[in-house]
Design a protein around this ligand. Structure first.
Ligand code: CP3
Length: 344
């Protein structure tokens, strides 16, 4: 049997037609997702219902034949598994009972994490045994800083003022939270791999908010420690890093963290990435999700730009960030045929 295309690219092969999957490929833009979601109750209930979570993971595979399925779950199951209150408010997003001092960290219970998240690993197991044989199964987690930002801010934030202030004012106390997250995230990702994830992606969605020294301390170092922890147990499992918004610090992230491949956000120029990043490791990205939403010429021009910029080396086609929920499903169909070189 020939090896799956996504895994070949992650070993450094440049293939003629790139493998494709999309961040947030399962979700509210699909009517079949909205149906299951309504049946499941809350979003977290769906994350912890293995049969339904496996079903929604597979929905975009059935529709579009993507080269990878990404586990249906969320980055915030880790704080939830650590014992923090987490809930999702319709049309507002995640809410958490904010933790803002070193003393409050005592309320977290790392020992129960893996038991609490058992349904997630059960979902991975179902997927591993039912996926088509050409499809790669991707597990994931949030990076320590991105998850910490939600834990400290109590939800989404515009400027991360509370979390950044804690990090600058009390690096030792904030560092304790980050260490808890490195450890918990490593165990969470290793459990996914043990149950059948073939690749893992680490989402550092809010990597782009720090000064140079703070980037080294709160982005590079925790990601490097996390990658090292996974490699101790699984030296050969590819790890994709996504330091969204890192700008020219993408170079340092690639040089220092030990990831196998790097996912580019939409603002990274493809010519620069081809020269400075893709010479060191495979790259993934980076169509603007808004070009996909709009469709038509904007989509064609966007796809052409990404393909021309990155097809000279190992490359996985993806968006520069998650798919937007208003995206018409037939634009995704068009995207897949453009990337695969068929007629539209
Ligand atoms: O990519 C996939 O299809 C796999 C599933 C996945 C989800 N969230 C499902 C989800 C993945 C990989 C994530 C990652 C995630 N979650 C990130 C990192 C990537 C990024 O987008 O930057 C972050 C920051 C979160 C936290 C989160 N979860 C937020 C801020 C929100 C609310 C915003 C929104 O889009 O509603 C969520 C909810 C969420 N996660 C939904 C889905 C399908 C929508 C919930 C619903 O169905 O009501």
């Amino acid at each position: 049997m020939t090896e799956k295309k996504l895994l070949r690219v992650l070993k450094g092969e440049a293939v003629t037609s790139p493998p494709i999957w999309l961040m947030r490929q399962a979700g509210r833009y699909l009517p079949e997702y909205r149906k299951i979601r309504a049946e499941a109750g809350s979003f977290l209930d769906l994350c912890y219902a293995p049969k339904l979570a496996a079903e929604v993971t597979m929905q975009p595979i059935h529709r579009y034949g993507f080269d990878a399925a990404i586990l249906f779950s969320d980055i915030l199951v880790v704080p939830h598994g650590l014992g923090q209150d987490v809930w999702f408010v319709e049309n507002e997003g995640p809410k958490l009972a904010a933790i803002q001092t070193a003393e409050a960290l005592g309320s977290l219970d790392p020992n129960k994490l893996i038991d609490r998240l058992a349904p997630v690993y059960e979902t991975v197991g179902i997927l591993a045994s039912t996926l088509p044989r050409e499809t790669t199964l991707i597990g994931f987690a949030g990076a320590p800083w991105t998850v910490a930002s939600y834990m400290v801010e109590g939800g989404s934030s515009r400027d991360f003022a509370t979390a950044k202030s804690w990090a600058y004012r009390d690096p030792e106390g904030f560092g304790t939270l980050m260490n808890i997250l490195v450890d918990a995230t490593a165990r969470h990702l290793c459990a996914q791999i043990r149950h059948g994830a073939e690749v893992v992606q680490i989402f550092d969605s809010w990597a782009g908010v720090f000064s140079e020294t703070a980037f080294q301390r709160w982005i590079i170092e925790p990601n490097k420690a996390l990658v090292a922890r996974i490699r101790e147990q699984f030296p050969n499992v590819p790890i994709i890093g996504f330091p969204r918004g890192a700008g020219i610090m993408y170079s340092e992230y690639v040089a220092q963290t030990g990831v196998t491949a790097v996912s580019l956000d939409t603002t990274v120029p493809t010519g620069w990435a081809a020269k400075n990043l893709q010479t060191k490791m495979p790259v993934q990205g980076n169509l603007d999700p808004l070009a996909l939403l709009v469709g038509g010429d904007a989509l064609e021009i966007g796809v052409r730009g990404v393909m021309e910029g990155l097809s000279g080396g190992p490359f996985i086609f993806n968006l520069g960030h998650g798919i937007v929920k208003e995206t018409p499903p037939d634009h995704v169909e068009t995207l897949v045929s453009l990337v695969r070189g068929g007629s539209v």
